[in-house]
Design a protein around this ligand. Structure first.
Ligand code: SF4
Ligand code: SF4
Length: 113
């Protein structure tokens, strides 16, 4: 198992801790700005990362935009913590971005994560 594979496994383990309660979604400024499109929310971005890693989704410009439009403001994390789950949402999105960019460099625009 190479370093990327290990990182993918660890990231999926962290993402699996999300209980899909969606309490964090409403406070996300980009979710609000895009008129309530879940792909532009904290929860939506974590789902995108998970499904890219699992190969359910294929990387394209729209999904890349969803991930990179996160402002890293941490408003979602405050809510997640208050609900008892305390996920490092910003870090998880960042790690998804990092894997994404690495795969882009290695495999071209439409490479699967
Ligand atoms: S509040 Fe936390 S556990 Fe709930 S959906 Fe958001 S990230 Fe997942
Ligand atoms: S850190 Fe990103 S996902 Fe979380 S509330 Fe801010 S813009 Fe939304």
């Amino acid at each position: 198992m190479n370093r990327d594979d290990r990182e993918q496994e660890l990231l999926l383990q962290e993402l699996a801790k999300c209980r899909s309660c969606r309490f964090c979604v409403d406070v996300c400024p980009t979710y609000q700005a895009f008129g309530g499109v879940e792909s532009f929310s904290s929860y939506g971005r974590m789902q995108i990362v998970k499904h890219l890693l699992n190969g359910v989704l294929e990387l394209d410009d729209a999904l890349t935009y969803c991930l990179y439009s996160c402002l890293q403001c941490r408003r979602c994390e405050v809510v997640c913590k208050s609900k008892g789950q305390n996920l490092d949402i910003c870090e998880l999105i960042q790690r998804g971005r990092r894997l994404l960019s690495d795969r882009l460099v290695q495999g071209g625009k439409h490479a699967k994560l």
